[in-house]
Design a protein around this ligand. Structure first.
Ligand SMILES: [Zn+2]
Ligand SMILES: [Zn+2]
Length: 195
């Protein structure tokens, strides 16, 4: 397969991952960034110019991992980019897969880690127990006998306000990637699959 003579759309994987949140009566698909300014710039330079009906989201599952692939036609092709990331399957991923019903909002999110003194008592630690069950006097260790969590850790996702509506969401088996030009290009460029 040859790319067309016009310059190909570059692939971008410099984001942290993807969150799936039920919010505003619809599933939200949220590429995550560490830095708010970076997310804001990327929205203004690239995603803002996407035509909603042309936004494609593709998932290719491979064992306990999956490829997240996202691309779109743009009103400003010069600064267009396509996104991909290989991620571990998660409960939220499975929930999105079952629950999106063919539509979702695309927003960007800012991911921040939280320590024990920065959260409310009922905030959940990554160990599954609440902040108030962690002992501030003992290195933030979890107080549950059965739990070997030594330090409270949690994260928060702040969603940026702007959103796009996605209506083209597809799941492909690894054997079928050649049938989808966006996915095939992603695999060709980023995974080195040969014809
Ligand atoms: Zn904990
Ligand atoms: Zn715990």
């Amino acid at each position: 397969m040859r790319l067309s003579s016009q310059s190909p759309i570059p692939w971008f994987d410099g984001f942290l991952g993807v969150a799936y949140r039920y919010y505003d009566l619809r599933m939200n698909l949220v590429p995550l960034f560490e830095d708010r300014q970076e997310a804001t710039n990327l929205w203004h330079d690239t995603i803002y110019w996407w035509l909603d009906p042309s936004i494609k989201i593709r998932f290719v599952e491979s064992g306990d991992k999956y490829w997240f692939i996202m691309g779109s036609d743009s009103q400003k092709p010069d600064s267009n980019m396509s996104f991909f990331k290989v991620l571990a399957k998660s409960e939220n991923y499975e929930r999105f897969k079952k629950g999106h019903g063919g539509e979702a909002y695309l927003r960007l999110g800012v991911y921040s880690k939280k320590s024990l003194d920065g959260v409310k008592k009922d905030a959940l630690c990554n160990c599954g127990h609440a902040a108030e069950d962690h002992d501030e006097g003992d290195g933030d260790a979890c107080l549950y006998n059965v739990c070997n969590c030594k330090k409270f850790s949690s994260f928060q996702v702040n969603l940026l306000r702007r959103k796009k509506t996605i209506t083209d969401i597809g799941y492909l088996a690894e054997d079928d990637v050649k049938d989808d030009p966006l996915v095939w290009n992603c695999m060709y460029v980023n995974k080195g699959i040969k014809d």
